[in-house]
Design a protein around this ligand. Sequence first.
Ligand code: OFO
Length: 172
Amino acid sequence: MLSEKMTGALNDQINKEMYSAYLYMDMSAHCTYAGLNGFANWFMVQYQEEMTHAMKIYDYINDQGEKIVLNAIEKPPGNFGTPLEMFEATLKHEQFITKSIHDIVDLANGEKDYATQIFLQWFVTEQIEEEANDNELIAKLKLVGNDGNGLFMIDKELESRTFTAPAKKNDQ
Ligand code: OFO
């Protein structure tokens, strides 16, 4: 059982994770169009991960016997600029998601909702990784600057990222 407020917050978080997926799918398309297939692959793997984040929350609300409420997903901005600008936008978005997760942790603590506190620990840890990945790529992209060869090398490296599907619904 979850409080009405907690159910609302978790349903909103599903929407945010779905928006993340939509945003990264759009960024992937932008990269494909620009001939950056490695970057496109990286963002498509990110899209797949975001879908699992949304589903993880979806399963948790269901497991707690509460109602799923799905809302409209916002349109992504569409104009993404250079790879560096894209990763800066990605980091900013992930910082927003981190804050959103932390706000729900605060709510769970205030409500003494122990189950949700434990459930959210996975997301707290995941957000550290999400931001670290973005910071690493931003640093690399700043290092290569406008050097086409450097960008080509990073693009090649990002081609190898793969998505690993969670073994069962509450894993990942
Ligand atoms: Fe779901 O971690 Fe990114 O948004």
